[in-house]
Every structure is written in C-alpha cells, then in structure tokens.
Design a protein around this ligand. Sequence first.
Ligand code: SAH
Length: 364
Amino acid sequence: MKTVLFNLTDSELEQFVVDMGLPRFRAKQIREWLNRGAPNFSVMKNLPIDLREKLATVADTMPVKIIKKLESSDNQTTKFLLELNDCEQIECVLMRTTYGNSVCVSSQAGCAMGCKFCASTLLGLKRNLTTNEMFAQVLTAQWELRGDKLKDIRPNGDANNNDVSHIVVMGTGEPLQNTQNVIGFLEQANKELNISWRRITVSTCGIIPGIDALNAWGRPINLAISLHAPDDELRTQIMPVNNRFKIKEVLDAAFRFSDNHNRQLMIEYILLGKKNSDGVIELFNATPEHAEKLSDLIRGHNVMVNLIPWNTVDERDFASISGNAVHRFQDILIKNGIHTRIRRERGADIGSACGQLRLKNAQK
Ligand code: SAH
C-alpha cells in the first residue's frame, strides 16, 4: 500500500523526504499542497516534474481519492465518489448556496442503522472513518472551489466565496457511532479552515450517549435529529435504532444540547408515502394527525422542522407524496407556531439520495 503523505506528521514527512534523498525543504512545499487538498502530485508546480512522477509511484497525496465526480444540472452541486486507502468507497457533496459553500461529509463507510427508507445502510457498515478521512473530504471540496490558488482571508476575517464555509455531517453513516473521530475532525476544520462552530451541523438518528458526548464537548455547533415519525410505534417500524432510544428521551437529550448552547434544534422529517395493494399512494407518516402529534412533541422549544421530500431509492418500497400533501403537513405545523422549511433537494439528477452513488457503483 502506498504511503498517504497527508497522514504523516511534519517530522514524519521530513523523514520521508530525506529517505528519498531529497532536501528537507521539499517537505514544507509538499505540506502546503496537501493542506490545500492537492488531489495528486502532478499539480505541485514548484516540484521538478521527475520528482512529481517519482512521488506518484511511492505515495498518495490524500487519504481519499476521487473516482467519480458528478455535476448536477443546477450547476451548484458537485458530488464526489471517493475511494479510501483500503478501497472502501464513500460520498461527499459540495453545495454552492447563496449563504456560502457547504460540504456534506460522510462519517462512516456504509451504515449499521438499518433505516428502512435509506440507501446508505443497504450494504451494512464497513467501518468508521478516521479524522483525516473526514477532513480530506472537506479539502477535496475546497480544492474543487479554489484549486491551487491560496486561500485569502479578507481584512474583516471573512473567508471569500471560494472557500468552504459550512459543514454538514449528513453523508453516509451515523456520526454518533464515531463520535470521537467526528469531534477530532470538527476541531481540525475549525482550527485550520476557520469554519465557525455555528456553521457546522451534525445530524444523528438519535444515539443518546453520543448527543451527551457532544454536549460535554461543549462547542456550539448545530444538532439535527432525524426523527421521521411522531410516535414510537411508527418510528420503530422504519428506524431500528428506536428500539434502543425512544423519541421522548432522544428529544430530551437534544433539547438539553440546544438549550445549553443556545442553538435552534433541527428536526429532520422525511415525508413518506406507501403504495397500498391497489397501487394507490397512502400517507405513511404524513397525515394531518401526524403533523399534530409532531407539533405536540416540540411545541415551546426552539426548533426548526426540516421537511424532506423522500428521494426515491429503488430498493425501498416507499413512495414520494404529492406537493399538496407536503404543504398540508407544513401548514399544520405553521398553524401550531412551529418554524418549518421544506428542504430543497439538490442534484436529484446525480443521485442525491444518501448513499445512492456508492450503492450503484458497488452493484455494477
Ligand atoms: N445517520 C445520520 C446522518 C445521515 S443524515 C442521521 O440519521 O441523521 C442524512 C439525512 O437524509 C437523514 O435525515 C436521513 O434520514 C435522510 N435520508 C435518508 N434517506 C433518504 C431518502 N431516501 N430521501 C430523503 N432523505 C433521506
């Protein structure tokens, strides 16, 4: 296996360079490229070409390698299929928005959670990602935005619009099954890329000890809970994790976190339909009664409900519901005084359902 230079400490990188018979200053040059997310050695313009070629035979730059890059027709969304050193595959998505550039990061290769509507979990969990493997996803997006141009910070401290400004840990995997590495990664992103805590969101299906660990960590990031059902009976049908952690306890832990950090809690709620035996789509978790029950759970708390139209996953027997049904659901929340938004799905044409790209590739 080739050495991944990004994973070496400064002194290890220097030793590596010296062992190749090169002067020490090459280590510093290489490090600068690695910190910008250089996808290969050929971009390292200040190294002699024969050295770049020699390095490529013995080493890799980053712990993730782009094997596919898809641009959405909206021109704002880029999806990367990335390969890790042990050939596992993960996804990462760059979304250019009016408020900044957001990267959706995967925390595990695969997922063990078994949610019935999701593609990420269909092939099971492969393994946790390391801190560097998560950080390298952000640098991959950063390179896409900026290439070899140096990061320039404006006098007021704001990064310009060619920088990653937001991180959402909402890719493949359950971040709170890999909490310590996720924390390490976010510390790195905050320190090295200047990404403020308030522009970071971690999404979980509701692992209570993990939420408590984030609370103890103490950084004022945003927390999102994938709720998707307003009562335990229904939730257990679609999310096995609900056998272990019940809705009320999950929400209590989440409210503790958001109150503690004075942040608005995000509740993610996919609106699911299901075909009955006559082929008619019935509302699964999206009736007016469900909307009322959901309101009762969160009324009086500082919460934003993010309503997510379901992305089709062929292997899953759910169905999308009509725009009218989505709005009827939302109107009830609004009537009950609850903040709510409908998530604009990005890049549906490039498989925006989580895990879809990795899955398709694995099945080939
Ligand atoms: N495991 C974490 C991180 C994944 S976040 C969590 O559960 O929060 C990915 C978000 O997309 C979650 O809210 C997830 O429930 C949602 N999602 C999964 N499959 C989807 C689909 N087919 N369509 C729309 N959203 C989906």
